[in-house]
Write a protein of this length. Structure first.
Lengths: 280, 120
């Protein structure tokens, strides 16, 4: 059977992508962010050795608009092109998919009562791409096949944190019922504290973020019990993206071994990172 | 079933982008979403009025876009930041300029409040 071997929680701030494309990763203000991912890249390449990455992210007006905005959507293609979300195509290779694996996940999830919107064409954007290039080398191609899994975290009503957690449990069951020996890593993306609307624009809460990093490892059930209101009051309206980390954590074993952790809040977003090995 | 968004606990200086906001902002957000296509960005940059006329925008919405009144777009007109930023990309206003305007600060004043403003 295929199996989940690791999970990563990481922010997906678009300015990270801009700095990356402009070769500014070693500038003093950016170095603390980019350097933290170098050991993660090596760990993935040399120890975790995943075949497939399931990336839980949200679309910020690239493939989906408010005419039809799915609560949960999953890519089911052998290729996901780099999208244009308003500032042109980024110089990254398109992302390989595994349509057979995605269709298996879709069938398993739907019969497990998670009614996914299945997408045979899906362009991906910063929510998906920034975590990918932070965690994986891609010269000239990406070393893993990918599954984009999009969650509505931008137009309320959003799925609850508890629901996102349960989706993770269902993803684990789906992966473990796939024949073959694929090694799967799950990335939960977004957050941490930030707010982009109103006079509260720029709100940060590093203490709350670091508590989240503690608990996502050791006490995720407490985080799954938080309401959107709880998260938004403490960490800003857009911090609610963090519910996507619960899907990642829900896909992992109850106990995990933490491999890497980082936190940096230079501008308007708490940029968090945690990498965990499954302990099963 | 726990309440996820508690209308009895409004968060100061914060808008929750819900159904009411999404309905209010539908036109201006749809206009902004159109700028995810390069040919539309070029058309808007070439002739803002002509491009805006192709969309169902109210006089208030056009005025706010014309005046780069990000605060009004976000607070009164139902703008969603992830869509509205696409307008700013064409007009030369990044996320942090739009944010500073919402805070009622100059860009420089806003940057001075940050921990490491070189990370932008």
């Amino acid at each position: 059977m295929a199996r989940i071997v690791a999970g990563i929680g990481t922010s997906h701030v678009p300015s990270i992508g801009v700095a990356y494309d402009q070769g500014r990763t070693q500038e003093p203000a950016w170095k603390p962010l980019f350097d933290a991912y170098e050991p993660v890249k090596a760990w993935l390449r040399d120890e975790v050795r995943p075949d497939i990455a399931i990336v839980v992210y949200n679309d910020h007006g690239s493939s989906f608009f408010f005419d039809k905005y799915p609560t949960f959507a999953i890519g089911a293609s052998d290729l996901y092109p780099v999208g244009d979300e308003g500032w042109g195509r980024r110089p990254l290779p398109d992302f390989p998919g595994d349509a057979a694996f995605s269709w298996h996940l879709s069938e398993s999830l739907v019969y497990d009562e998670f009614d996914m919107t299945v997408c045979q064409e899906l362009a991906v954007e910063h929510g998906f791409m920034v975590p990918m290039h932070l965690c994986f080398d891609h010269d000239p191609v990406w070393p893993v096949k990918t599954v984009p899994l999009a969650v509505n975290v931008i137009q309320h009503p959003l799925p609850t944190g508890a629901r996102c957690w349960k989706l993770g449990r269902a993803i684990r069951r789906a992966v473990e019922s796939f024949p073959g020996d694929d090694r799967v890593v799950v990335l939960g993306t977004g957050g941490m504290s930030h707010q982009l609307n109103g006079a509260r624009f720029g709100h940060l809460n590093p203490d709350w973020d670091n508590d989240w990093l503690d608990r996502i490892e050791a006490d995720p059930a407490a985080l799954a019990a938080l309401t959107h209101q709880d998260i938004m009051e403490q960490a800003g309206a857009e911090a609610v993206e963090l519910i996507m980390w619960l899907t990642m954590r829900g896909a992992l074993s109850e106990r995990v071994r933490r491999a890497h952790r980082n936190y940096y809040a230079p501008m308007t977003t708490g940029m968090g990172l945690i990498a965990m090995e499954d302990d099963s | 079933m726990p309440v996820q968004v508690d209308r009895n606990r409004p968060i100061a200086d914060t808008r929750i982008f819900d159904g009411e906001e999404s309905r209010r902002g539908y036109r201006i957000n749809k206009f902004a979403m159109s700028l995810a296509r390069a040919e539309n960005r070029e058309a808007f940059a070439d002739d803002e009025e002509a491009y805006m006329a192709r969309w169902e925008l109210s006089p208030d919405e056009k005025e706010a876009i014309r005046e780069r009144d990000w605060r009004r777009i976000m607070e009164d007109l139902g703008g969603n930041i992830y869509m509205i930023i696409k307008i700013g990309t064409v007009t030369g206003h990044g996320l942090y300029q739009i944010g500073a305007h919402q805070r009622g600060e100059t860009y420089e004043e806003f940057l001075a409040t940050r921990n490491a403003s070189g990370a932008r």
